[in-house]
Write a protein that binds this ligand. Structure first.
Ligand SMILES: *Cc1c(COP(=O)(O)O)cnc(C)c1O
Length: 370
């Protein structure tokens, strides 16, 4: 059998990731912080990070401290920012491993300063400002007090200041400009206080690609790095980003079912005639949602998934008896047809970031270069 010896696998083209990064940096005109949380949006965080770094990215970022460990264990020495909470139990190790911590609430300040002092070091932080996302971050009117507290205690180095857009995926949403204005005001206040952080960053992929004037001293992007489009139906301004991930499987069973034969749990699909039904060894535990309307590609044609998606398998209705082992594409291109993660996101009523990020770790990743 040609190809890879797995019932299902993911091919990640690292040259595409590297090129996407190059193009994003060129587009931005400032350094890039590439987001590699959630196993690099499902692409494999270590391999993706290496490609991202050879593409010229300066900074990496993840959601949780544990996500930095495989990166540091792979001799990746670039700075890494953790967006979420670094637990008190993790702080010493984070400082020792040169991991940048997000400072998003006044309660963190005393503990961080105390641990850094105990270790005889500085802890590097990026101060997160909530300019309208309503998630993590210090509110604009509380920033100055917090910074004064930090400076009074010492041992905390505010290397960066950042904020996060809530509506950048919606063209012309008024909150985009309002958040930008609030962030600029905060930066002016901080400058007046004598703080000149090296890194000031606010974009996500949507803002970077579609909203000029949001770059500051560094841009932050996840989805775009992997070629995932974040504004539904709006093409990339530069047609230079490509999808890096392809999810494939093989038909593991093909049989002619008699008319009136029910398919899968709940028997929600019953053959209307004698039908050829194939089994594809992927299911909801792999990240293929148990929703109706799914399709896969075989020989460059769309085939409907029929009956409920199981944990590890699903069934497709075929126009003819394909041989066992026939290649199936779930995400990606085949012939002139394609099903990308954006289409799955629309079908599953979720974010464009979701389908690849939710791909199970049990699916082997194969790294290719074009
Ligand atoms: C996930 C995340 C990003 C990346 O967003 P994209 O839309 O994938 O570019 C940026 N910033 C923060 C704080 C995030 O949590």
């Amino acid at each position: 059998m040609e190809g890879y010896p797995y019932p299902t696998w993911i091919e990640v083209n690292l040259s595409i990731i590297e090129n996407n990064v190059r193009n994003l940096i060129k587009h931005a005109g400032v350094p890039l912080m590439a987001v590699v949380k959630a196993n690099g949006y499902g692409h494999g965080s270590v391999e993706a990070s290496k490609a991202i770094i050879s593409g010229g990215a300066s900074y990496l970022s993840v959601a949780r401290y544990c996500e930095t460990i495989p990166l540091r264990n792979s001799q990746i020495t670039n700075p890494i920012l953790v967006f979420g909470m670094v637990m008190p139990e993790e702080v010493d190790e984070a400082i020792a491993n040169d991991v940048t911590i997000t400072l998003y609430s006044p309660e963190q300040v005393g503990f961080l300063a105390q641990r850094a002092a105990a270790l005889g070091k500085f802890v590097t932080v990026h101060l997160k400002v909530d300019t309208g996302m309503g998630r993590l971050g210090v509110l604009p009117h509380e920033v100055l007090d917090l910074v004064r507290h930090v400076h009074a205690l010492g041992n905390i180095h505010i290397e960066g200041v950042y904020s996060h857009f809530a509506t950048a995926d919606e063209p012309d949403h008024p909150l985009i400009r309002l958040q930008l204005q609030r962030f600029k005001e905060v930066m002016e206040t901080l400058h007046a206080e004598g703080l000149q952080p090296r890194w000031v960053h606010m974009t996500n992929s949507s803002a970077l690609l579609y909203e000029k004037g949001t770059e500051f001293s560094m841009v932050r992007a996840g989805a775009a790095v992997y070629g995932i489009l974040t504004r539904a139906g709006v093409p990339y301004p530069a047609h230079t980003l490509r999808h890096a991930l392809t999810w494939k499987a093989r038909l593991i069973s093909v049989k002619v079912m008699p008319k009136g034969w029910g398919i899968s749990y709940g028997q929600t699909y019953v053959t209307e005639d004698e039908e050829v039904i194939g089994v594809v060894p992927i299911g909801y535990a792999d990240g293929f949602r148990r929703m109706s309307g799914n399709e896969v590609l075989i020989e460059g044609q769309r085939m409907p998934v029929v009956g409920r998606v199981c944990m590890d398998q699903c069934m497709v209705r075929l126009p003819k008896k394909y041989p066992i082992g026939t290649e199936v594409v779930i995400i990606g291109e085949q012939g002139s047809e394609s099903i990308y993660s954006e289409e799955l996101a629309a079908r599953w009523k979720t974010a464009e970031h979701d389908p690849t990020s939710a791909l199970s770790l049990r699916i082997p990743r194969i790294y290719t270069r074009s």
